[in-house]
Design a protein. Structure first.
Lengths: 741, 325
């Protein structure tokens, strides 16, 4: 970037959507009202396996006029076009209310519609399904199986088995080794805004206001469900109140709402309750990871083995690729991984912050710490020694990587080298210090954006991206403002609906790198058009301070446009991936990944089994940071998310009844402000990543949630000498590990 | 939703009258009643709002102690100078309850009436829970019971009483004042909640049409403390809690009262421990032995053996904290 003086990138710009949210003006999907709309409330299966024999809706229908009870026989059948939609973006091939089979507790068996939510809720309680039960298969108790490529496409997104070198032989002959099993429970995301949709048909066309993470996915999927052309489906989502992956794909409630609206001829609003969010959308699955690591006398890794199992439904094979960590984190000649699934009567898991590397970094980051202690090497030195200079799976050079600098800066800021001995007392507390790697593969999606420059010196960004509150609507204005040499206030944007250039999704920490690059390219195209009109060489043309300049020749945008006789210049650009790919993990030959190092101090009360976070220092390598304010917010959110994963969160199935227990925020603790120290120390080692895209940036949203659980577990070990292998690390487990129970 | 009639009582007599009707529920702070109505635990036909019973929202000195009106907000009780000075165990228990917002709304008379937090009890669709449907069984007994009882449970109910203030009140030998059209009853907080061997479907001894009008505490307990153990640091029910009051003669315990929370269907007094602590020196080994004696009758469920250790350690810690107050 040659014109730093006018840069609005790298400035602490507050979010453009902030004021409307603070004032309560922002309208989310559930806030939409269509005249005559009906409210939908589902009737959910109360058994985990069986068949629906009949449904008695008499009482419900008698409650009041205007109540509709829809059952499978009322619903339209899925159009064959849906067979052409892969899973994902269709979340699951199993759409309820197409037959009578019940495959999981909480499956929708009927949909009650009424003019008011209160009436629909009351009527739904009066609907009496009659079941024939089948024997329940608890997925957590099943023997792990190979994933079946016919059960959805999730299993195809990574290797299910992969070996490099001879890990078993290397393990056997190494002087230091550890073998352990790490587990974690299923976890639900519980975004602040539950999933919600309003579906409305008009003249054979479908409009939905939806809470989601990708406009195009919803559009193409709903079009296919009904055999419509894509143009006949309009999707609107100005705000999404958090998603965490759970709103990434198209879940059955979105399809059911659209079907219900078609059947009843009125708009249908379907807002999931907190309880519904446990059964009707995905979650991060319960996992078991078998780790075996070995190193030589100097701590050089000789072998890494990561064998991962996760639960999934009977409907689709969702594979949680925790083994991405073994394939990506450390330099090692001998690596072996496997992925297996355990199927049962349970709703389908999904990608949840942070997928793959989140669980993977918990197991690998903990096992490496175990090995460091076994070999008598400082955990940080262990990581420096095994730094992956190139991508371990392919040997290809990274797009860019500043992890060694992160280690150094993090250690300096935290005081790692001068930390007190683990187990040092502070009143009732034992102090413990731990660190771990943060790392997340970088997904890039094909993404388009439009940009218009007007003669008044304003610009307008148009792209269909979703803003979940993480800041893309703000950042993309910054990108356009800087590239066009305009003040931020001169740039506006439209997003979150169809009819705009199609953006990639808002997940996989891919939004900035994908759509942001498209915006930058569109701005460069405008500059090129202007330069061409002026017959200036583009390379000598600069846009700054509302002007276009070549050496000493300088014109205001207004004058330049007048000269050219134009009111506006528009462009539309696509951040296209090599080979026409829709998604990749970095340019061919230059894999992209974000990195970081997290250092934590925890306090452990060995009598009461309590663990508290005293301080944390995180230093990250994620390319160029476009907005330090939203970047910091993403990182602190990720650390807090990770603290929850490490010390308190878990969704448990009742072992007999196959249902999630505690389906609300009263029964499952998640971190509160009182748990988090005020001064989380966050910083970035910035670099311009030329290989990842023209913006020089990589993603941070998922990165922040990786490595946290491992750093915490390692610090608890440092404090107590007890190694915890099972998340969350709660008082019962700490007391158990200290052999007090 | 289920339609209901809303009435505002204009006197205690009027409240008891209305409260005696079929399907009536008393509305005070409303923070729990709203949960019940949402989940389907209760579907009242008549809500009797008692907010206008002004005389019930005061803390008054009575002979040898304080009478706390049932409608006092939790935060007002916790921050009252006499409570802070003479009954720190109560102030602390309240301030560790719920959230600041809830404490500004919830009343001290309503708080001990909150129902168990057992996830099986709190489900929208109940399978087996004797407290939701008498005779339906107890899914928690063989289900997820990590947070359940270690004292006084039966296979018919293993849930625990969740109120923090009730535990402090039990340690203070507080008395619940209850009025009905039949007159006034004085019920020790220690006996206010019902153990499952007596009735697994019951929560408290409060009968239909009875109204809690106040809670009385007597002997000041400046050497007292409330310890609450929980995964997160606020807005969370206790895994276990311990309320301790000490009457000290220098370093020697003249008298001790210990109540544990979240270990049984009522605040659980460690009476054997209290007897053994008389005459013991603070900091001596005798203290731990005395506490251990109180756990002789503790029984773990399949998933909560740790709670016996945790509750024991919490009691020991709370004794230390009380002696430092």
């Amino acid at each position: 970037m040659s014109h730093q003086e006018s840069s609005v990138i790298s400035e602490k710009v507050t979010r453009v959507d902030g004021p409307s949210k603070v004032r309560g003006e922002a309208r989310y999907a559930g806030d939409q009202k269509v005249d005559g709309q009906m409210h939908a409330v589902p009737v959910l299966a109360t058994i985990p396996a069986g068949e629906l024999e009949s449904i008695d809706a008499k009482q419900a229908l008698a409650l009041a006029d205007g109540i509709v009870v829809l059952t499978a026989r009322d619903m339209p059948r899925l159009h064959p076009d849906l067979d052409n939609i892969t899973v994902p973006p269709l979340a699951t091939r199993h759409i309820p209310m197409q037959d009578n089979l019940i495959l999981y507790e909480g499956q929708v068996v009927a949909l009650v519609l009424a003019p008011s939510l209160a009436l629909a809720t009351e009527a739904a309680k009066l609907v009496k399904p009659i079941y024939r039960t089948h024997s329940y298969i608890n997925p957590e108790h099943q023997v792990p199986q190979s994933a079946d490529p016919a059960r959805g496409n999730y299993s195809g997104s990574g290797p299910l088995d992969w070996t490099k070198g001879t890990p078993d032989a290397a393990y056997a002959s190494a002087p230091h080794k550890v073998k352990s099993i790490y587990t974690q429970p299923s976890r639900h995301a519980n975004a602040m805004e539950p999933s919600a949709i309003v579906a409305h048909w008009h003249d054979g066309q479908l409009t939905v206001w939806d809470s989601m993470q990708h406009i195009s996915s919803v559009q193409i999927t709903l079009a296919a469900v009904f055999g419509l052309s894509i143009e006949d489906v309009r999707v609107i989502a100005p705000h999404t109140g958090g998603g965490f992956g759970v709103k990434a794909f198209v879940w059955p409630h979105e399809i059911l709402a659209a079907m219900a609206s078609k059947v009843c001829g009125k708009a249908v609003k379907f807002v999931l309750t907190r309880q519904h969010m446990y059964n009707m959308v995905g979650y991060q699955p319960q996992m078991t990871q078998h780790m075996a690591l070995a190193c030589d006398e100097k701590g050089q890794l000789a072998a890494i083995r990561q064998d991962v199992e996760n639960v999934t439904s009977l409907t689709d094979d969702y594979v949680e690729f925790g083994s991405a960590a073994a394939r990506s984190f450390y330099a090692c000649d001998n690596i072996s991984i496997s992925q297996r699934v355990k199927r049962g009567n349970i709703n389908l898991p999904t990608f949840m912050r942070a997928p793959w590397d989140g669980p993977g970094s918990w197991a690998l980051g903990s096992a490496l710490d175990e090995l460091a202690h076994e070999a008598g090497i400082d955990p940080l030195d262990m990581r420096i020694r095994n730094h992956a200079d190139t991508e371990p799976q392919t040997g290809e050079p990274w797009s860019s990587k500043m992890l060694l600098e992160c280690y150094e800066e993090g250690a300096r800021r935290f005081g790692w080298r001068t930390r007190p001995e683990g187990g040092t007392r502070d009143g009732y507390w034992l102090r413990g210090f731990g660190m771990a790697d943060c790392s997340q593969g970088q997904a890039r999606f094909q993404s388009s954006a439009g940009l218009t420059l007007t003669a008044e010196g304003t610009a307008h960004v148009a792209s269909s991206f979703c803003d979940m509150g993480t800041g893309p609507a703000t950042i993309f204005r910054q990108v356009a403002a800087e590239a066009l040499g305009l003040p931020l206030s001169a740039v506006t944007s439209d997003h979150g609906q169809t009819g705009l250039p199609a953006a990639g999704p808002t997940y996989g920490q891919s939004t900035t790198i994908s759509t942001g690059n498209a915006v930058l390219m569109a701005a460069r195209e405008i500059k090129a058009k202007l330069a061409a009109h002026l017959q200036w060489p583009v390379a000598e043309t600069v846009m700054e301070d509302g002007c276009i300049r070549r050496n000493n020749e300088r014109l205001s945008i207004k004058d330049a446009m007048k000269l050219m006789g134009m009111q506006e210049i528009a462009s539309e650009s696509t951040f296209a991936l090599p080979g026409g790919a829709y998604v990749d993990m970095g340019a061919p030959g230059r894999p992209a990944r974000s990195f970081g190092a997290l250092f934590v101090e925890v306090l452990v009360d060995p009598d009461l089994g309590l663990v508290r976070l005293r301080r944390a220092t995180g230093v990250y390598s994620a390319g160029r940071i476009l907005n330090p304010l939203t970047a910091r917010s993403q990182i602190t959110g990720g650390i807090i998310w990770g603290w929850g994963m490490a010390t308190m969160e878990g969704s448990h199935l009742d072992p007999e009844r196959g249902r999630w227990i505690s389906r609300d925020l009263a029964g499952v603790p998640i971190p509160v402000n009182a748990d988090i120290p005020a001064d989380l120390d966050i910083s970035f080692v910035e670099e311009f990543d030329h290989e990842a895209g023209p913006l020089g940036a990589r993603g941070i949203g998922e990165l922040a949630a990786t490595g946290v659980a491992a750093a915490v577990g390692n610090a608890i070990f440092d404090a107590t000498g007890a190694r915890l292998h099972d998340l969350p690390i709660t008082p019962d487990k700490i007391l158990g590990a200290l052999r007090l129970v | 939703m289920h339609n209901f009639v809303y009435e505002r009582a204009n006197s205690a007599d009027n409240a008891m009258d209305l409260g005696h009707r079929d399907g009536a529920a008393i509305l005070a702070g409303g923070t729990e009643l709203l949960n019940w109505m949402r989940i389907g635990i209760e579907s009242p036909d008549l809500l009797v709002d008692i907010r206008d019973l002004g005389h019930l929202d005061r803390i008054e000195e009575i002979e040898g102690g304080l009478r706390i009106g049932a409608l006092c907000r939790l935060n007002d009780v916790a921050c009252h100078p006499a409570i802070k000075r003479d009954f720190p165990v109560l102030s602390s228990a309240i301030l560790q309850s719920a959230s600041a917002q809830l404490r500004n709304l919830a009343t001290i008379g309503g708080n001990p009436l909150q129902r168990v937090r057992c996830p099986y009890f709190r489900e929208e669709t109940v399978n087996a829970c004797n407290k939701r449907h008498a005779g339906s069984g107890c899914a928690a007994y063989e289900g997820h019971n990590e947070r359940m009882a270690i004292f006084g449970w039966t296979p018919e109910c293993v849930a625990v009483q969740p109120s923090d203030p009730a535990v402090a009140f039990a340690a203070l030998d507080a008395v619940v004042i209850v009025q009905s059209t039949d007159g006034t009853r004085r019920i020790p907080m220690r006996e206010f909640h019902v153990l499952p061997d007596e009735d697994p479907s019951a929560h408290s001894v409060l009968g239909r049409g009875e109204l809690i009008t106040g809670i009385e505490i007597s002997t000041p307990a400046p050497h007292s403390a409330y310890l609450k153990v929980r995964e997160r640091q606020s807005y969370e029910y206790a895994l276990v809690s311990a309320a301790v009051t000490l009457d000290l003669d220098g370093e020697t315990i003249r008298n001790a009262r210990i109540a544990l929370g979240s270990v049984a269907m009522r605040p659980w007094r460690l009476l054997a421990t209290e007897d053994l602590l008389v005459g013991k020196r603070l900091g001596s080994k005798d203290i731990a032995e005395a506490v251990d004696a109180g756990f002789a009758e503790a029984r773990a469920l399949s998933g909560n053996a740790y709670k016996i250790t945790l509750a024991r350690n919490a009691a020991l810690r709370a004794i230390e904290l009380a002696s430092e107050n």
